[in-house]
Design a protein around this ligand. Structure first.
Ligand SMILES: [Zn+2]
Ligand SMILES: [Zn+2]
Length: 336
C-alpha cells in the first residue's frame, strides 16, 4: 500500500495530527492530485475548533486551497491529463440539479460538499478531487502564489464583482488579511478611492504599499470629517467592523458581509438601515466560473498574493500564528 503524510483531525479535543495513511483511490469522477502547495484559511481554524454550528465531518483532512499535479485519472474524467497542474477549491462537489447549480452559482447550492470540511482536503501529500470543480493551471504557475486564489482570491474577486459599479466610487475595506489585501488589488480597476482599516500595524503597512488609504479602527473613529463611502466590504470577523461600516456608508450605500467569526448573530440598527436605504449582501466564496477569471487575472500579473510558505510538518505552528495574527504575510501556504 502506498502511503502519504496528511494532517488529520480525528477529535476536536485532540486537534490536528500528522499521520501516514493510504493514498486515496480516485473514484470515476475524480483525479488523484499530488499536492504542491496548500493555503491555510481561517476556515481551517474554525474546522479544527468545531466553532460553527455546522460541524465538519471527522476524521477530516483540512485545507481547501490546493495546487497540485494530476497523477491518476478516474474512468469518467474528461478534459484533464496526467501531469497537468490544477487548483482545488472549497466547493468540492455540489448536487448539479438545483437552480443554483444550473445557473452557475453552485456556491449557493444547498447540497455542497466542501473540501477540507465535509470531504478530505489538501493539507496532505495527495488528495482526490472531482474534476468538474477543479481549475486547470498553466505549467509555469508558481504553486505558492496560486494556492491562495482558490479561496482568498476567489472570495475577494467575487466580493468586488458584487460591489463594483461604473461610477467613480469610494470603497471601504474592513480587514486586510488574506482576502482583504487581494480585494484592494482587484478593487483598483473599479474604485477611485480605497480605504482600508485594520488593527494590525503590519497589515496597515501592507495595505498602504498596495495603494490603499489606511487607518487603524481608532484613527478612523476619531476622524472629524469622514469621507462618504459608497460600498463597504467586511472581511474582518469582528462585529464592530460591521457597525463601523454601516455608520460610514452614505445613504443608499451597499455593505457586503464576507468574513465569518464565531458570533452567530449580528445586532443591526433597524431604523437606520431602513431610513438610510442601506443594502446588505452576503457573499460566500464564488462559483468556479469566477475562479477561472481570478486564475487568469493573476497569470497576467495583474495582482500578487502576499504569501509565505511553511513545511506541512509545521502545520501546528502555522495554525497558531494565524490564530494569533502574528504571521508577517497575510496568507500562509503549506508545502508537503
Ligand atoms: Zn477559505
Ligand atoms: Zn445544487
Amino acid at each position: 500500500m502506498r502511503t502519504m503524510r496528511a494532517a488529520v483531525l480525528r477529535d476536536f479535543s485532540l486537534g490536528i495530527q500528522l499521520e501516514d495513511m493510504a493514498i486515496p483511490e480516485p473514484k470515476p469522477n475524480q483525479v488523484l492530485v499530488r499536492i504542491l502547495a496548500s493555503g491555510i484559511c481561517h476556515t481551517d481554524l474554525h474546522a479544527i475548533n468545531g466553532s460553527w454550528d455546522r460541524k465538519p465531518i471527522l476524521p477530516l483532512i483540512p485545507g481547501h486551497e490546493g495546487v497540485g499535479v494530476i497523477e491518476a485519472l478516474g474512468s469518467k474524467v474528461t478534459g484533464f491529463t496526467l501531469d497537468q497542474k490544477v487548483l482545488i477549491p472549497w466547493i468540492g462537489r455540489t448536487c448539479r440539479t438545483c437552480s443554483f447549480c444550473f445557473n452557475g452559482i453552485e456556491n449557493y447550492c444547498e447540497k455542497q460538499f466542501n473540501t477540507g470540511y465535509i470531504i478530505p482536503g489538501t493539507h496532505a501529500e495527495y488528495t482526490a478531487a472531482d474534476f468538474r470543480y477543479i481549475v486547470p493551471l498553466a505549467n509555469d504557475i508558481d504553486p505558492i502564489q496560486t494556492a491562495p486564489l482558490a479561496c482568498a482570491g476567489l472570495t475577494a474577486f467575487e466580493t468586488i464583482k458584487q460591489l463594483r459599479s461604473n461610477e467613480n466610487q469610494t470603497l471601504l475595506i474592513m480587514g486586510v488579511g488574506g482576502v482583504g489585501h487581494l480585494a484592494i488589488q482587484y478593487a483598483k480597476e473599479f474604485f477611485t478611492r480605497i480605504i482600508a482599516i485594520d488593527p494590525s500595524a503590519i497589515r496597515i503597512e501592507q495595505a498602504k504599499l498596495l495603494g490603499a488609504e489606511t487607518y487603524s479602527p481608532e484613527e478612523w473613529l476619531s476622524l472629524n470629517s469622514k469621507p462618504l463611502i459608497d460600498a463597504a466590504a467586511v472581511f474582518a470577523a469582528d462585529p464592530r467592523a460591521v457597525t463601523d461600516s454601516i455608520n460610514a456608508l452614505k445613504n443608499g450605500g451597499t455593505l457586503a458581509l464576507v468574513g465569518l467569526g464565531k458570533h452567530k448573530e449580528l445586532s443591526l440598527p433597524w431604523f437606520e438601515l431602513v431610513t438610510r436605504g442601506i443594502r446588505i449582501l452576503g457573499s460566500h466564496v464564488g462559483p468556479i466560473s469566477t475562479l477561472k477569471e481570478v486564475v487568469e487575472y493573476h497569470h497576467l500579473g495583474k495582482a500578487k498574493v502576499l504569501v509565505e510558505s511553511r513545511p506541512l510538518a509545521d502545520i501546528h505552528l502555522a495554525m497558531a500564528d494565524l490564530a494569533a495574527g502574528i504571521n508577517n504575510s497575510p496568507r500562509l501556504v503549506l508545502v508537503p
